[in-house]
Design a protein around this ligand. Structure first.
Ligand SMILES: *[C@@H]1O[C@H](CO)[C@@H](O)[C@H](O)[C@H]1NC(C)=O
Ligand SMILES: *[C@@H]1O[C@H](CO)[C@@H](O)[C@H](O)[C@H]1NC(C)=O
Ligand SMILES: *[C@@H]1O[C@H](CO)[C@@H](O)[C@H](O)[C@H]1NC(C)=O
Length: 329
C-alpha cells in the first residue's frame, strides 16, 4: 500500500466504535483536505474529509437526501441517482436505505422520509420493521461505485500506484497518471515523488527486460529511490516478469545493481534523493569533487551545501582539509 497504510489500519480499528461490521476503512485517506462526498453507506449522510478522517453529517427533516453534486441536503434526488428512495404508500412505515444494511427511513408522510440508523451490531429488516442482530441478518452490504458519491472533477487517490489517481468525468471513473512526480492524496495534486511515502512504485518501462532479453531472477533498481529494487523472477514461458516484486535495502544502505546487493551509499551511483533511507542529517552529495553535502530531514533533501575548498567527511559530519574520494563524486 502507499502513503498512509498504517493510518488506514489505525482507522479500521478506530471505526470499530461505530460498530458496523461491513464498514470500509476510512475513505477519507483517499481525499484531499475538506473534500465533501456522500457517505457510500447512506443516502442521507455526507462526509467531510478533515486531515484524512471522515466527519459525518446527516440531512434531516424535509430535506433528507444528500446531493453529491451540489453538496446540499435536498428533498428529492434525480431519478437516475442510485439513492432514489420513495415513501409513496409507506406513510408511517420504515423503509430500507438502499446503501447499507443498517440505515432506514421513517416515512412521516408520502413525501417525507426521515433518515435513521440501527444501533451497533444490528441490521434493519423491512419485512418485520425492526433492527435485528446483524449475525442473523441476510442483508449484504451493496457495493458502491465512487462516481455515485463524488462529484465530477474531484481528484482522489488510486491505491494501485503512487503516480496514479482517479477522477469522475461525466459520472465515469477515470484512471489518471501524474505527468511528473507522485500523487499526494492530502493535497489532491501531483508533487515531487520524494514528498510521497510510497511502496507501490510505478514500474519503469521494460523493467524486467524485453522479450528478446528478459531478466531472469535478477534485482533491478526501482527507478524512484536509491534503496529500492524490483525482483524480476524467471518466467516459465521465458517472457519478462510483468509483476516484479518491490523491496528495499535497510537503513543507510543503497541498492547496487552490479553486485546485486545492498551496500554503503557512497559507493552507489544513483540520481534519486540520496537523503531517502538515511538516518543521519548530512550526507555526501554526488556533485563532482566530493566537496558538497546534502542536508536531510524526514528522509528528504532540504538543500545542498558546500565545504568550499574542503572535503566532506560524512562519518564525522564535518568539512576537512584532507583529500577524500568516494565512488559517487
Ligand atoms: C484541513 O482542514 C481543516 C479545516 O478546514 C484545517 O483546520 C486543517 O488545518 C487542514 N489541514 C491541513 C493539513 O491543511
Ligand atoms: C401506491 O398504491 C397505489 C394504489 O394501490 C398503486 O397504484 C401505486 O402503484 C402504489 N405506488 C407505489 C410506489 O407502490
Ligand atoms: C427479515 O426478517 C424475516 C422474518 O424473520 C426473515 O425471513 C428475513 O430473511 C429477514 N430479512 C433479511 C434481509 O434478513
Amino acid at each position: 500500500m502507499k502513503a498512509g497504510s498504517s493510518l488506514v489500519a489505525l482507522l479500521i480499528l478506530g471505526l470499530c466504535g461505530l460498530g458496523q461490521s461491513q464498514r470500509i476503512e476510512d475513505i477519507c485517506t483517499l481525499f484531499s483536505n475538506n473534500t465533501v462526498i456522500r457517505d457510500p453507506e447512506s443516502c442521507s449522510r455526507s462526509i467531510t474529509c478533515i486531515d484524512g478522517k471522515s466527519v459525518y453529517s446527516t440531512c434531516k427533516g424535509t430535506t433528507p437526501f444528500f446531493d453529491k453534486d451540489t453538496l446540499k441536503c435536498v428533498k428529492t434526488l434525480d431519478g437516475s441517482d442510485s439513492c432514489d428512495v420513495t415513501c409513496a404508500n409507506a406513510t408511517g412505515l420504515f423503509i430500507s436505505d438502499p446503501k447499507s444494511c443498517f440505515g432506514y427511513y421513517y416515512c412521516m408522510d408520502e413525501e417525507t422520509p426521515v433518515y435513521g440508523a440501527c444501533p451497533d451490531s444490528t441490521h434493519f429488516n423491512e419485512t418485520i420493521q425492526e433492527c435485528t442482530w446483524s449475525h442473523a441478518s441476510e442483508c449484504k452490504a451493496s457495493s458502491f461505485d465512487y462516481c455515485s458519491i463524488i462529484k465530477n472533477g474531484v481528484n482522489f487517490d488510486n491505491l494501485q500506484g503512487c503516480n496514479r489517481y482517479h477522477v469522475c468525468t461525466k459520472g465515469e471513473l477515470k484512471d489518471e497518471t501524474c505527468k511528473t512526480g507522485y500523487y499526494q492524496a492530502r493535497t489532491g495534486t501531483c508533487v515531487d515523488k520524494n514528498l510521497v511515502e510510497c511502496d507501490v512504485h510505478p514500474l519503469p518501462s521494460n523493467v524486467c527486460g524485453t522479450a528478446k532479453s528478459p531478466k531472469k531472477n535478477e534485482l533491478v533498481p526501482d527507478g524512484a529511490t536509491c534503496q529500492g529494487y524490483f525482483f524480476c523472477a524467471e518466467q516459465a514461458n521465458g517472457t519478462p516478469d510483468e509483476n516484479p516484486t518491490w523491496g528495499k535495502c535497510g537503513d543507510d544502505l543503497f541498492f547496487d545493481k552490479s553486485s546485486q546487493k545492498c551496500i554503503e551509499p557512497n559507493k552507489v551511483v544513483c540520481s534519486e534523493d540520496r537523503c531517502q533511507g538515511r538516518t543521519i542529517p548530512f550526507v555526501l552529495s554526488s556533485t563532482k569533487g566530493c566537496r558538497h553535502y546534502l542536508r536531510c530531514a524526514d528522509g528528504r533533501t532540504i538543500d545542498e551545501k558546500t565545504c568550499g575548498n574542503y572535503f566532506f567527511d560524512e562519518a564525522n559530519a564535518v568539512c576537512v582539509a584532507q583529500i577524500l574520494t568516494y565512488a559517487i563524486c
